[in-house]
Design a protein around this ligand. Structure first.
Ligand SMILES: [Zn+2]
Length: 342
């Protein structure tokens, strides 16, 4: 199946539907698997075949990843099965070895399965490296529904981020600080992607075929903008930067869509950008964003918000956002904390 979305995407071919992953392991030659324990146990009998090696992703820290790469047997295909890190590890191996990549997301909590670069970590700092495109991308609604609904609903997070990221780009442009040629038409599409997601609120909350596909389509459409532009400015901004700060501070991963949801909660308010409306949507669709579900303590979030400006200013690669533009005062932080559950 050709990608269902018009325009350039990172996806070379698609296999979407109920049972789409069934028997896959017998069709892709000699293969290695990048995965984690839970997704692999849920999917290996459906996928079938015999892997040359199954690599359970422990971390995306580059030292560990490169050691695993050096110990791979010979193979034809990298089969990436799981959530963001398992997919990122598969992309990294496919890029480094030049082999075919087949991606089977088992949750939709992050957009890793449609983006070309692999998110690795160096001393807990994220870096995007390489290019790898799934052939095919396998979206098996039945397999996805084996995961808790809340993890698929988390997929909305990286689309909701358009809300704050588009605004950040406008803020940067208004003060002559945009790192890229400003494209209002890209922002229009970014906002339309989010509107279409909001139109599917009930389907997404219930994880129907249509709801799951709406998330995948949103991601793929995002790429038709971001790949030609050469950057993800409409999808990534201040909401992700709060996540980077927290990840570095606490030294542990999060469910991506949830932590981005928390970022959207905080940064939409710093932007004076319809904070109550996006919060209402997160509640209706079932996207978790409260610190309590991610075991983030009040004092840690307070410290992260108060440090956020210094954090982004110490990282010249991060784009100009509302964090650079507006002061983050202790009284504002207290107001934000008061609206969240710890
Ligand atoms: Zn993201």
């Amino acid at each position: 199946m050709k990608p269902t979305i018009e325009g350039e995407t990172n996806v070379l071919s698609c296999r979407f539907g109920r049972g789409a992953a069934d028997g896959l392991g017998k069709e892709i030659g000699r293969f290695i698997v990048t995965t984690m324990e839970i997704p692999w146990n849920l999917s290996k009998d459906r996928i079938g075949g015999t892997a040359e090696k199954v690599v359970h992703c422990q971390t995306m820290e580059i030292d560990w990843v490169d050691r695993e790469l050096a110990s791979l047997p010979s193979f034809d295909t990298v089969l990436a099965v799981g959530g963001g890190q398992a997919i990122d590890l598969g992309k990294y191996f496919a890029w480094k070895t030049g082999k075919r990549l087949v991606s089977v997301p088992t949750i939709l909590s992050v957009d890793a399965f449609v983006t070309p670069a692999s998110a690795i970590r160096k001393n807990h700092q994220v870096e995007y490296v390489g290019v790898a495109s799934p052939d095919p991308l396998v979206i098996d609604y039945d397999l996805l529904r084996l995961a808790p609904n809340e993890l698929n609903i988390a997929g909305v997070g990286d689309l909701l981020s358009n809300h704050t990221a588009c605004k950040d780009w406008e803020i940067a442009h208004a003060v002559g600080k945009s790192e890229f040629p400003f494209k209002p038409e890209s922002i229009d599409i970014g906002r339309d992607i989010l509107k279409k997601i909001m139109d599917h609120t009930d389907d997404i909350r219930q994880c129907t075929d249509e709801g799951l596909q709406a998330i995948v389509d949103g991601y793929m459409r995002l790429n038709t903008v971001c790949l030609p532009n050469g950057h993800y400015r409409i999808e990534e901004g201040s909401e992700h930067y709060l996540f980077y700060e927290l990840e570095e501070r606490l030294g542990r991963p999060f469910i991506h869509g949830w932590i981005v949801g928390l970022g959207v909660y905080c940064m939409s308010r710093l932007q004076d950008n319809h904070g109550d409306e996006v919060t209402d949507f997160m509640k209706r669709v079932g996207l978790k964003y409260d610190p309590q579900v991610m075991e983030i303590k009040r004092d840690d979030l307070r410290a992260a918000l108060l440090n956020l400006k210094a954090f982004v200013e110490s990282r010249p690669k991060l784009w100009y956002t509302v964090i650079n533009e507006k002061p983050i005062e202790p009284t504002w932080v207290d107001t934000i904390l008061a609206g969240l559950v710890f």
